[in-house]
Design a protein around this ligand. Structure first.
Ligand code: 0PR
Length: 385
């Protein structure tokens, strides 16, 4: 029995709160560059309820395991995964990409990953972890992978090709249908990194935007990673890796004799059921209709931001594909620093000489109206305008 020591607790929470005051918080609406968001209120409740669960020991937590299955079924439906497919809950895009490349390496026995220069830095970790080699393909001026260049890079040593459905820096989508055809013809493992776009593109299509197909309806797509802690409105850490064939997970499974399941696949052992319960609760609450509405309002705010940015005389790197904007600047690092001092967080993209704004669900037009004059003044101060 733990006897409560309220005095001690107060001291500890005082310290925690003091330190928390240093954090930028999504709820303040001043984080404009992050791909994460305030989790939906229902996610918070479910998260707390499942705090003690461990999905690494499924028999101990058979109810949580069922929630995981139901969540995987939801993601599978969203991405039109075939009956032959299966999924693995992961902590986010990094683990999703690692797991996909681990499978590709095991299946092929090869070591080369072909990917666009725009790919996320998690692939650098993969190269280091698994002694794999990254073969980069240049991007076009639309910031998508140049297919003609890709063709030249395919070799007998290729383990996988990676395409982006929502690039980190600009939210652009690689020509996934063409990549799928090519990989299918060449019998190559084709992974789609839809960490950000997975919860956006399906709804953009329904809202009438012209975006390429990117999911399992394309026969050459082998795996897709999608993050719920980005546009899925769920709590960190939650992502999913779906693979086209169930048996592919077996090649990254090990015997797990001490716990209730015979085998365990994936990187982690002990892992919390809380984010999964939270993600499932949000998915049930919003449904596909709710997510579509959310994407619609993010796109409305994106269009509004684009207009306001152009009004003050700045320009965008590209017309936005989704709710990610690159604003051209000569010294993005300096602007990021100055904005941060004024209480606004945006991200710099040095290689594109821009700052990145991500219009997540908590960002409203009113927030943009507050931000634009600050951005304008900052740009004037440093001679960008
Ligand atoms: N793939 C893509 C396309 C991504 O954009 C990211 C993350 C990942 C994989 C890796 O995902 P995890 O970070 O979940 O493992 N991109 C975001 C970025 O670099 C990550 C992020 C999110 C950074 C929130 C800052 C932040 O506040 O922008």
């Amino acid at each position: 029995m733990i006897t409560p020591n309220n005095e001690k607790k107060q001291v500890i929470f005082h310290e925690l709160t003091q330190l928390q005051h240093r954090d930028f918080r999504f709820s303040d609406g001043h984080i404009l560059g992050s791909m994460c968001t305030v989790p939906h209120p229902i996610a918070k409740e479910a998260y707390m309820q499942f705090l003690e669960t461990n999905l690494g020991d499924p028999e101990l937590c058979s109810g949580s395991k069922e929630i995981e299955s139901r969540y995987l079924a939801f993601i599978s439906k969203l991405l039109h995964a075939p009956k032959t497919s299966t999924g693995q809950i992961v902590s986010g895009g990094t683990e999703g990409n690692i797991t996909a490349m681990w499978i590709a390496q095991q299946l092929s026995g090869k070591k080369e990953i072909i990917l666009p220069t725009s790919a996320h830095f998690s692939f650098q970790k993969i190269a280091s972890l698994m002694s794999m080699k990254l073969i980069e393909v240049p991007v076009t001026k639309e910031y998508v992978m140049e297919i003609s260049q890709l063709k030249k890079k395919i070799r007998k040593t290729t383990a996988a090709v990676v395409g982006l459905a929502g690039s980190t820096e600009l939210g652009t989508i690689d020509p996934i249908p063409e990549l799928s055809d090519l990989c299918s013809d060449e019998h190559l493992f084709f992974h789609v990194d839809a960490a950000f776009g997975g919860f956006v593109i399906p709804f953009l299509k329904e809202l009438g935007y012209q975006v390429p197909e990117f999911d399992f309806r394309l026969k050459g797509v082998s795996s897709i990673s999608i993050d719920s802690h980005k546009m899925g409105y769920a709590a960190i850490p939650l992502g999913t890796l779906l693979v086209r064939k169930k048996q592919w997970l077996e090649c990254i499974s090990v015997d797990s004799p001490y716990i209730s399941s015979e085998k365990q696949s994936g990187l982690l052992g002990t892992r919390s059921g809380a984010p999964v319960a939270a993600g499932y609760a949000v998915a049930q609450y919003l449904g596909l209709k709710g997510y579509r509405q959310m994407v619609k309002s993010c796109m409305d705010v994106t269009g509004y931001t684009e207009k306001r940015i152009e009004e003050i005389g700045l320009s965008l790197v590209l017309k936005p594909t989704m709710n990610v904007l690159g604003v051209k600047l000569n010294r993005p690092g300096l602007i990021v620093k100055k904005l941060s001092e004024k209480g606004w967080r945006v991200n710099k993209v040095e290689r594109l000489s821009c700052i990145r704004l991500v219009l997540m669900p908590q960002i409203t037009k009113q927030i943009i109206d507050e931000f634009i004059p600050v951005l304008q003044k900052t740009c004037e101060e440093v001679g960008e305008l």
